[in-house]
Design a protein around this ligand. Structure first.
Ligand SMILES: C[S@@+](CC[C@H](N)C(=O)[O-])C[C@H]1O[C@@H](n2cnc3c(N)ncnc32)[C@H](O)[C@@H]1O
Ligand SMILES: [Zn+2]
Length: 283
């Protein structure tokens, strides 16, 4: 039985070289099978291989700046009101995103492409009174974002419940079937290989696991024109809702779907046909 959130996280990891499990240590973890070590940086962030599979888009490059990490949450709290065209509180977003996740028993959640940990911290805070052990693993491509996330997790008193990893979402250093809930706010629009990321989520999800996403779809009228210009400038992918749903449902069996203007929330469970091999062979 895992003793702490960190134990739960380390038990969920898989060696990027051989898929083996890790032995925990104060400054690094070491693969029991091939001996590869992955270090923690001085902010406690696990440095897995985080080389993006393709060149970074302008949006991904902006995410690498410390200034973006500093200002991110000021924008993030208002983002859904701005995108949906009406008042949208953070609490409402959290309720929609967390509503279908499984709770109870030892649970591992993944806040995928966490940025400053906005969603992961909210989930960890909402669970602090539960008895069962849980951990929120949070990965991102950006070290400045992850450092800010670790700082804010300490400020909010949930650092013990979170485990930060510098890793690309297209090849997660996690065991197949080890995660009970995957959250992803906004970043499906930002991934260059979103289909590969969807396959990775399906691979890491446990049979009771649920994935819950929020993304932007193409609006009509002037909002749509603005989105197209922004997408071109930043290298984002913003598709009509039908297309986004089709891609999600090719991998997941849908549980719930709600739209607020162009903002789409979807949750689902992996399909029985999911490929479970590691390291991921998804194209
Ligand atoms: C729009 S923010 C969304 C953050 C967060 N999910 C939220 O709801 O606030 C996008 C984040 O995704 C990260 N990101 C983009 N591509 C990534 C990838 N392939 N793997 C991991 N993180 C990625 C960026 O570094 C940035 O921090
Ligand atoms: Zn190994």
């Amino acid at each position: 039985m895992p003793e702490s959130a960190r134990d739960l996280a380390v038990q969920s990891l898989a060696c990027p070289s051989c898929g083996g499990s890790f032995l925990d240590g104060p400054d690094s973890i070491c693969c029991r099978q091939c001996g590869r070590t992955l270090p923690f940086d001085d902010h406690g962030i696990l440095l897995a291989s985080a080389e993006a599979k393709s060149p970074l888009t302008p949006a991904q490059r902006v995410g690498q700046w410390s200034l973006t990490a500093r200002g991110y949450e000021g924008w993030r709290r208002r983002a859904l009101s701005l995108m949906s065209g009406g008042p949208f509180s953070p609490e409402r977003e959290w309720h929609l995103l967390f509503g279908e996740l499984p709770f109870g028993g030892a649970s591992v959640y993944l806040d995928n492409a966490t940025a400053t940990g906005y969603l992961g911290r909210a989930l960890a805070r909402s669970l602090v009174t539960t008895q069962a052990p849980y951990v929120v693993i949070a990965n991102d491509l950006s070290i400045p974002m992850l450092r800010r996330a670790a700082e804010l997790a300490r400020r909010d008193g949930v650092a013990e419940r979170m485990f930060f990893i510098h890793a690309d979402s297209g090849s997660l250093p996690l065991r197949s079937g080890s995660v009970d809930g995957v959250l992803c706010g906004g970043t499906l629009n930002e991934f260059t290989e979103s289909q590969r990321v969807l396959q990775e989520w399906a691979r890491v999800l446990s049979p009771r696991g649920v994935v819950s996403v929020m993304l932007q779809t193409l609006a009509s009228g002037w909002r749509g024109s603005l989105q197209r210009s922004l997408a071109r400038l930043l290298g984002l992918t913003i598709e009509p809702a039908d297309r986004a749903r089709e891609r999600f449902e090719a991998v997941f069996h849908g549980l719930r779907e709600l739209s607020f203007g162009p903002v789409l929330f979807m949750s689902g469970q992996r399909r029985a046909s999911t490929q479970n091999n590691y390291p991921s062979q998804a194209a």
